[in-house]
Ligand binder design. Structure first.
Ligand SMILES: Nc1ncnc2c1ncn2[C@@H]1O[C@H](COP(=O)(O)OP(=O)(O)O)[C@@H](O)[C@H]1O
Ligand SMILES: [Mg+2]
Length: 247
C-alpha cells in the first residue's frame, strides 16, 4: 500500500475550455477512507472534476493537496464509463497494468489472478478482453484497478452502460474494494446506487461544489437549493420539496 494521501483538499479548482469554465472554483475535502458520490446534472463538471483529480487534465487554477502536500503521489486508479482494454487477454490486461506500475512479474501474475477471481472472471482469464461483454469488461476494469491496491479509486459513471444485473455486480465489487481499504469517489446517475454506496455526497452545479454532505442527510434535506431542486426532479415521489425555494 502506498503512502498516506489523505486528507485530499481541493481549493478553488478551475478548469476552462476556451471561454467555458467546466470547473468554476470547486472545493472539496476528503478526510480518509470514504465512499464519496459526486452528483449533479449533465454538464455540471463531474467527469472533469474526477479527471483533474486523477491528473488527466491540468487545472487552470486552484490547488489539490494530498496529505497536505502539493506533489501528487501515485495512489489512485480510475475506472471509466466505457472500459479501456488492451488487445490482449483478460489476465494479461491486469498483468500489464501492474508491470507498468513496477510490480515484479511473478507477483503481478499472482495479483492479477487473485483480482480476476474476486470479480468472478477466472474462467475468462485467457479470453481477449475486447470481446468480453460490457459487464464483463467493466468487472475486468475494476479487477485491474483493484490489483493496483491504490488508496483511492475514481469511478466515473461505472454502471451507466450496463443492464441491472451487471450494474448490481459492479456495485457489489465496489463495496468490496472499499472494504479492502480503498476510498471511493464515484459519479453516477443512479440515485439508488448513490444512496446505497455513499457516506458523503458532493453536489456539483455549474462547475461549483454547492455542498458536501453526509449521505443520510443529503437525501433527506440537502443543504443547497440546487441540490434540493435536483432531487425534486430526480425523485419526484419523494413528495414535497425539502425546502421552499425563494421566489
Ligand atoms: N475536453 C473538453 N473540451 C471542451 N469542453 C469540455 C471538455 N470536457 C468537458 N467539457 C465541458 O465541460 C462541462 C463539464 O463536463 P463534464 O465534466 O463532462 O460534465 P458531467 O457532469 O456531465 O460529467 C460541460 O459543459 C462539457 O461540455
Ligand atoms: Mg460525466
Amino acid at each position: 500500500m502506498a503512502e498516506a494521501i489523505f486528507p485530499l483538499e481541493v481549493k478553488d479548482l478551475r478548469v476552462t475550455f476556451g471561454e467555458h469554465a467546466a470547473l468554476a472554483g470547486a472545493n472539496l475535502f476528503i478526510d480518509g477512507h470514504r465512499r464519496v458520490v459526486v452528483l449533479g446534472a449533465n454538464g455540471s463538471g463531474k467527469s472533469v472534476l474526477l479527471r483533474v483529480l486523477h491528473g488527466l487534465i491540468l487545472p487552470s487554477a486552484g490547488s489539490i493537496l494530498w496529505a497536505r502536500n502539493a506533489s501528487r503521489p501515485r495512489s489512485q486508479a480510475m475506472v471509466f464509463q466505457r472500459p479501456v482494454m488492451l488487445r490482449r487477454g483478460a489476465l494479461a490486461n491486469i498483468a500489464y497494468a501492474l508491470a507498468v506500475n513496477a510490480v515484479p512479474p511473478e507477483e503481478a501474475r499472482q495479483r492479477a489472478a487473485e483480482s480476476l477471481e474476486r470479480v468472478g472472471l477466472s474462467h475468462l482469464a485467457r479470453r481477449q478482453a475486447r470481446v468480453l461483454s460490457g459487464g464483463e469488461q467493466q468487472r475486468l476494469a475494476l479487477a485491474r484497478a483493484w490489483a493496483l491496491r491504490q488508496r483511492l479509486l475514481f469511478l466515473d459513471e461505472p454502471t451507466s452502460n450496463l443492464d441491472p444485473a451487471a450494474a448490481g455486480e459492479v456495485e457489489r465489487i465496489v463495496a468490496e474494494i472499499h472494504a479492502t481499504g480503498t476510498a471511493i469517489v464515484m459519479t453516477t446517475h443512479n440515485l439508488g446506487l448513490a444512496r446505497r454506496i455513499a457516506d458523503q455526497v458532493v453536489f456539483l452545479h455549474a462547475g461549483r461544489v454547492t455542498e458536501q454532505t453526509p449521505a443520510d442527510r443529503f437525501f433527506v434535506s440537502p443543504a443547497s437549493p440546487e441540490a434540493a431542486e435536483f432531487l425534486k426532479e430526480e425523485l419526484p415521489w419523494n413528495g414535497a420539496s425539502p425546502r421552499s425555494s425563494p421566489a
